[in-house]
Design a protein around this ligand. Structure first.
Ligand SMILES: [Zn+2]
Length: 313
């Protein structure tokens, strides 16, 4: 790995302490949960209840008091513990609703906005996105951790939702995070951007892929780049990282120096990839590309990596 280069867009100014070492204190969690100062965010699948400015250019997490949710008959009994406010020490929790329940309360919770749009539009403060990512990744994990992987018994949530234990054999499971490499491949004054079938038409982004068991980050960058575009990689440098709650990934951003400029596309994964020069990428960032091509927007780490490179002279 090369030197660490900070990325301002992902530096959190955290006002909430996760209190990770104290989650197992049942009495403390009970007190924080029962106090009138406790606040709850509400998720419905990949959508979150937010407050939005009138022009919709800024949004923040919408925090509910327990009595507001009680009036809506939304239970906070299984709320997931996110942490405590550093100043007031009031507890912060997440309530995850099923589709039917979310539909029943759609008016009271509006606007319920898709996390991916919130991220790509860049309307949320970094800390708010991190809290929603924390809540979404935890709640999505609970959907798949209802039964024990060892004996098939039912599991029960513990530690504010940060682990489940089997009611039959006692085996414990913890939330998982899947590491994923995302790399800006450069060669001289050009970089590789690719279009995947699932992308919006005309959007090009950096290459990405999952880290495999037993693999280090640099090897994953080299393997994925070779697989997707047939380009061998020399130096790999760490850029920054970002939680990616679709489903539960951690994006590890790297810059990667290509040893060859010949691209051979793997059509199973991507439908187009080519070299882009800095001025063309600057046009894409400014939404002024003659053919309407653009790059991911907002707080996506791909955007930060592409912008950093395009603005280097
Ligand atoms: Zn079990």
């Amino acid at each position: 790995m090369g030197q660490t280069r900070g990325m301002s867009a992902t530096v959190p100014t955290s006002t909430i302490d996760r209190l990770a070492t104290r989650r197992s204190e049942r009495e403390l969690l009970g007190q924080l949960h029962g106090a009138p100062e406790a606040r709850f965010l509400v998720l419905a699948g990949a959508r979150a209840a937010i407050s939005s400015s009138e022009d919709r250019r800024q949004a923040s997490v919408r925090w509910f008091a327990a009595d507001e949710l009680a009036r809506l008959k939304i239970s906070t009994a299984d709320a997931l513990f996110l942490g405590g406010d550093r100043k007031t020490f009031s507890g912060r929790f997440a309530v995850a609703l099923g589709d039917a329940e979310a539909e029943a309360h759609a008016d009271a919770l509006a606007p319920l906005v898709d996390l991916r749009s919130l991220l790509t539009q860049g309307v949320l403060a970094q800390e708010d996105f991190s809290l929603l990512a924390e809540a979404k990744m935890l709640s999505a994990w609970h959907e798949t951790a209802k039964y024990c992987g060892r004996c098939g018994g039912k599991t029960q949530g513990r530690d504010g939702g940060w682990k489940v234990a089997c009611t039959q054999c006692g085996a414990e499971q913890f939330p998982r995070v899947d590491p994923c490499v995302i790399m800006l491949v450069t060669h001289g004054e050009n970089c590789i951007l690719a279009h995947e079938p699932r992308f919006p038409e005309k959007m090009y982004s950096t290459l990405a892929g999952f880290v495999e068991p037993g693999e280090d980050i640099r090897s994953a960058v080299r393997r994925e780049t070779l697989e997707e575009v047939g380009v061998p990689i020399g130096d790999v440098a760490f850029f920054g990282s970002q939680p990616w709650p679709f489903q539960h990934s951690l994006m590890i951003g790297c810059t990667a120096a290509a040893l060859s400029d010949t691209i051979t596309i793997d059509r199973k994964e991507i439908d187009d990839a080519r070299w882009f020069g800095r001025s063309e990428v600057r046009d894409m960032l400014a939404m002024k590309h003659p053919r309407g091509l653009f790059v991911p927007g907002g707080h996506a780490i791909a955007h930060a990596m592409i912008r950093r490179w395009a603005e280097e002279t």
